[in-house]
Structures are given as structure tokens and as C-alpha cells.
Design a protein around this ligand. Structure first.
Ligand code: FAD
Ligand code: DHB
Length: 388
């Protein structure tokens, strides 16, 4: 098999890139090591920023998103047993977000790709990449017991945090990373949301987040011990801890839990997102702690620019197009990282439970929330158009 761009990974980044390249008339092939059902079942992200929604609309990929997504014009912040609504729409000059599950978006992208007669190769095991400088680039993989070979001019590494592309471009251990001393336990359940907008809570016992997928399904997270396991969090323990952290005036009746996951909190930014004919995009190039819901949004911004860079390279002969993409993507990744760490630091309790540190955090929240001028700190368009 031969193609122009070999795309490793059929998550949101890889699927979106394939659709956009296809529309530009650039031949490509997605290779995904999991099954289609597995990829579509992954729950993960829920919040899409204004810029992501605008881009998906412009690309004609937001039909179902506009019908089923839940617009978010603000967020609720709870601390010391009180709630403050932050009007993000007013703070950002009219921008709002949308809650729409990553699994729904993945289905939409897969369907859009199928409508153009393309399909990822699912179950492509043991993918091996050749030297980044080699031309053509040769990707080998195994499917249904047979060896396959894909020759391509370029490779787009859209294979997330654990795929081979990150390592190929940055070397083993390359890039900067940091792990936080706590994790999240997340639950998807048949419970109506406590509010139509997301609720983020700071409590000396830890952070809590109440998000949703529909009027009847909630997605909820709690800060927990760094090495906690899913079995440590029975449904009873989860809901009673949620109640304690939100406070008695937030009422809910927990419904059936349909998924439980542990999220290790860490950040990573690659040293470089391009080497020779290989480029990285999305989580392959950077991962952020999920507290600020930025990862998928950064990935969508990467893909929007990467597809445009391929167009300039292949149709206008701009040789530096991929290097320029990589530089901008790294800058955006650090801006996203800074925003995510700021939110994480502000809203998570010290794992030691140290009352001195906890009181410092509460006092910081008091003063932030008392000064309208400082509320733009929560603004999701943190660096304006450049990061969008
Ligand atoms: P991935 O989704 O990781 O996709 C990579 C794909 O590559 C996968 O399909 C994988 O199977 C495949 N792959 C991996 N290795 C190989 C291999 N060797 N060979 C072939 N294929 C391979 N972001 C937001 O913007 N908003 C949110 O609200 C939000 N909430 C989140 C909540 C949680 C709990 C978590 C964990 C993340 C959240 N994120 C959020 C982040 C978001 O989910 C990721 O940033 C997003 O999935 C990145 O997409 P991607 O396609 O780049 O990578
Ligand atoms: C969701 C996840 C997040 O990490 C976040 O900050 C907000 C919402 C979600 O799954 O809905």
C-alpha cells in the first residue's frame, strides 16, 4: 500500500486530520491498533471550547453537536459551602463552550470519514515506523496475523500519549513532563446534573467536578490519592464523598454507575513536534492535566493548522510548512499547559491535608472571587486568537 500521509492513531486527532486531508485531495490512511468499537466507547473529554465548536461548524462536522450538545455560557465555582457563577460568556466577549462527549464526537468523525469512502485500518498491531528522515517512510504492522507495509511521504503521529510517534520524534524520555501527587476518580452515571452548567468545587478534602452528557447522564470526578485504584472507590464511597465536598445544599439522587475510571494527573510537552517527515499532533505532542478541559481542544487546534500546513507544503511548495506548524503547536501547548496547571493548582487540595496550605487556597479563592477584574483568570480563551 502507498499513500501521501500515513496517520498513526484513529482517535479524534487522526480522524479529523484524515477528513480534512481528504477534502484537500491529499491521499492518506489512518492506522489504529484498537477496534472501532473500543475507540468509540472511550468516554474521556466532554467540554469543547468556542474555537473548537466554531471550527467543527465551519468544517460541516457539527450537525449532531449542535442538536445534542449542551451550551455552557458560564461555570459554577463552589468553595466554603457557597456557589459563585462565573459568566464566561461575558468575560470572553461572547464566547461560550459546549458539553459534548468525546465518544459522540468520535462517532461523528468516523461517520463523516465513511461518507467520503474512507475507513481507518482497525486492529493494526505492532506498528513500526522507519527512520524519520527516510523517504519514502515505511510503516509496517500486523493485522489478522498477516504482515502489512504502508509506504508514505509523511507520517502524522496522532497516536496519543503512549503511541510510538512521540518516542520516534523525541527519543525515549525526551520532552518535559511532570506528575502531580494526586489522581482523579471519574464516574459516568444515570444521574441528572445538579446544574445545567459545570460545577467545580474546592474543598479541603479535595477537588470535585460535576459535568454531564445529557439531562439524565452526569460525568463526575473527585480528586483522590495518587495511586488509588478503581476498586478503592465503591459507588457509596464516591457519592458520599461527592456530597461532602459539594455541601448539603447541593442535592442529588445517584443513579446507576455505567463507567468508572482513574485519571493520573500529569502534564507533558514534547521537545519537538516534527522531525524529518514525521509530525506529531494532539496528545502525542502534549498532554495536560484534565482540570481545565483543554486536551481535545488543543488537539483540534493542532489538526486545523496541520491540515493547512500540508496544503501549503504540497500545493504551494512551502518547504518550511511542517516546521512552522510544529513551532506554533508547541507554543500553544505551553499556553494550554500553563492554563491547565493554574486551574489545577487553584482547585486541588494539598494531598497532605495540611490545614495551613488549605487555608491559603481558600483565602486565594476568596480574594479572586471578590475582585471582578481577576475573574478573567477563568477565561478559557486565555491567550486570545493565538491559542484558539
Ligand atoms: P487519543 O484520544 O489518545 O487517540 C490516540 C489514538 O491512537 C487512540 O485511538 C489509540 O488507540 C491510538 N494508538 C495508540 N497507540 C497506538 C499504536 N501503537 N498504534 C496504533 N494506534 C495507536 N480534553 C478536552 O479538551 N476537554 C475535556 O473536557 C477533556 N476531558 C478529559 C477527561 C478525561 C478523564 C481525560 C482522560 C481526558 C480529557 N480530555 C479533555 C483530553 C482528551 O481526551 C484528549 O486530549 C484527546 O483524547 C486527545 O485526542 P488524540 O486523538 O490526540 O489522542
Ligand atoms: C469534563 C472533563 C474535564 O476534565 C473537565 O475539566 C470538564 C468536563 C467532562 O468529562 O465533561
Amino acid at each position: 500500500m502507498r499513500t501521501t500521509v500515513g496517520i498513526i492513531g484513529g482517535g479524534p486527532s487522526g480522524l479529523l486530520l484524515s477528513i480534512l486531508l481528504d477534502r484537500l485531495g491529499i491521499d492518506n490512511q489512518v492506522l489504529e491498533h484498537r477496534s472501532r468499537a473500543h475507540v468509540q466507547r472511550r468516554v474521556r473529554a466532554g467540554q469543547l471550547d468556542h474555537a473548537s465548536v466554531a471550527f467543527l461548524r465551519q468544517a460541516g462536522l457539527a450537525g449532531r453537536l449542535d442538536r445534542l450538545g449542551l451550551p455552557q455560557r458560564g461555570m459554577n465555582l463552589r468553595w466554603r459551602g457557597q456557589t459563585r457563577r462565573i459568566d464566561l460568556e461575558a468575560l470572553s466577549g461572547g464566547h461560550s463552550c459546549m458539553v459534548y462527549g468525546q465518544s459522540a464526537l468520535t462517532c461523528d468523525l468516523t461517520n463523516a470519514l465513511a461518507a467520503s469512502g474512507r475507513s481507518p485500518v482497525y486492529g493494526a498491531e505492532d506498528i513500526r515506523l522507519s527512520d524519520p528522515e527516510s523517504e519514502p517512510h515505511v510503516i509496517t504492522y500486523r493485522k489478522d496475523g498477516a504482515e502489512h507495509r504502508l509506504e508514505c511521504r509523511f507520517v502524522a503521529g496522532c497516536d496519543g500519549a503512549h503511541g510510538p510517534a512521540r518516542r520516534l520524534v523525541n527519543g525515549a524520555g525526551g520532552g518535559s513532563s511532570k506528575r502531580l501527587p494526586f489522581s482523579w476518580v471519574g464516574v459516568l452515571s444515570e444521574t441528572p446534573p445538579v446544574s445545567p452548567e459545570l460545577t467545580y468545587a474546592y474543598h479541603p478534602r479535595g477537588f470535585a467536578l460535576w459535568s454531564m452528557r445529557s439531562d439524565t447522564v452526569s460525568r463526575t470526578y473527585l480528586q483522590c490519592g495518587a495511586d488509588d485504584q478503581a476498586e478503592d472507590w465503591s459507588d457509596d464511597r464516591f457519592w458520599s464523598e461527592m456530597q461532602r465536598r459539594l455541601g448539603p445544599d447541593v442535592t442529588f439522587s445517584p443513579g446507576k454507575v455505567t463507567e468508572r475510571l482513574m485519571v493520573r494527573m500529569q502534564g507533558y510537552v514534547a521537545d519537538r513536534m516534527q522531525l524529518g517527515n514525521v509530525v506529531l499532533a494532539g496528545d502525542a505532542g502534549h498532554t495536560v492535566p484534565p482540570s481545565a478541559a483543554k486536551g481535545l481542544n488543543l488537539a483540534i487546534a493542532d489538526i486545523r493548522e496541520l491540515s493547512e500546513s500540508f496544503r501549503r507544503l504540497l500545493f504551494e511548495g512551502r518547504q518550511e510548512a511542517l516546521a512552522e506548524y510544529a513551532q506554533k503547536a508547541l507554543k500553544r501547548a505551553w499556553a494550554g499547559q500553563a492554563f491547565s496547571w493554574q486551574m489545577t493548582d487553584l482547585l486541588h487540595a494539598p494531598p497532605s491535608g495540611d490545614p495551613f496550605e488549605s487555608n491559603l487556597k481558600l483565602t486565594r479563592l476568596d480574594s479572586l472571587l471578590a475582585s471582578p477584574g481577576q475573574l478573567s483568570l477563568f477565561c478559557r480563551d486565555y491567550t486570545g486568537a493565538e491559542a484558539a
